[in-house]
Design a protein around this ligand. Sequence first.
Ligand code: GTP
Ligand code: MG
Length: 335
Amino acid sequence: RIRRGSIKCRYDIRRFSSVFLSIYNSLVPSEDEINKQKQLLMSLKKLVKKEWPDADLHLYGSCANSFGVSNSDIDICLAIDDSETTKADILLRLADILQLNGFQNVQALTRARVPIVKLMDPVFSISCDICVNNLLAVVNTKLLRDYAQIDERLRQLAFLVKHWAKSREVNEAYQGTLSSYAYVLMCIHFLQQCKPSILPCLQEMKATYAVTVEGKNCAFFDKVKELRNFGFSNKEDVSELLWGFFNYWAYQHDYTNNVISVRTGSIIRKHAKNWTKRIGNDRHLICIEDPFEISHDLGRVVDKYSIWILREEFERAASILQDYRDPCTELFKRY
Ligand code: GTP
Ligand code: MG
């Protein structure tokens, strides 16, 4: 297939910026919702400390990385130093405690890829997943949150991309499409590589934050308040960036040879990572390097069918933004 994108939209895409911004604003969770999440975390912390005084709970995922839309589930990590008890036993004990304290729909999924306890809070009806010692996820949550503070256009772009992905049903990693986490990394990469760039590469800068998690050195510049003017010379707004994002993934990305890497702020060749052929279930048809677990390709879930679904959806989105007189409704039309 010959793929070619246009370099220009038929209509002035900026005309739609206010509509895209109002969609974005409607997705942002309210103060009230965030306070409820905090209260839930506090009451869970109390229960955990009673049982395990040295343990702690950390929010991670979209409720803490600032890319969470309203009414999302919340992800919590139990950090516990107990080499004697298995994760499964810790989760089963936690499930008992939660049930005894009135939480609803408590379920321990001890055999999942990431074992968790699921629960529903009876006061606020917030659903919540708790995992054990998944501390890399806590660190990548901080990295994403720090990127979001540099330029508000990242959050605007990522919310719209996530909303698009959910509406078009391409946000389901267990069905061969991509996780929300993967989409946010794709947005960060896009804003790092655009010219002039809107985001820097925090992991290539002098580290002001460093932790070692599971033997991995996680270090990056986190004094992001100092970077507030970084993207100043790029004047593109949310609608231009949204079109640019889809155009990039529809026509400009080299799926055969390239890996996107937020860690280096650029592209790496598949050859250099040995991601050229299928090993087991990992096919590497779209390659998104995890910023800390660098042997981890977030595109590994994509198979030979879903890659075409994804690419068709990127092309559809790009052409809607390019050609439609009123792209806003069409773009997010339910699949
Ligand atoms: P939504 O729940 O869709 O709003 O987004 P989310 O960012 O919370 O995504 P999700 O619940 O799928 O993942 C929770 C967190 O797990 C992510 O934000 C990452 O911090 C972490 N994570 C680490 N590795 C992976 C991975 O391979 N896949 C996914 N999905 N998450 C990962
Ligand atoms: Mg989540």
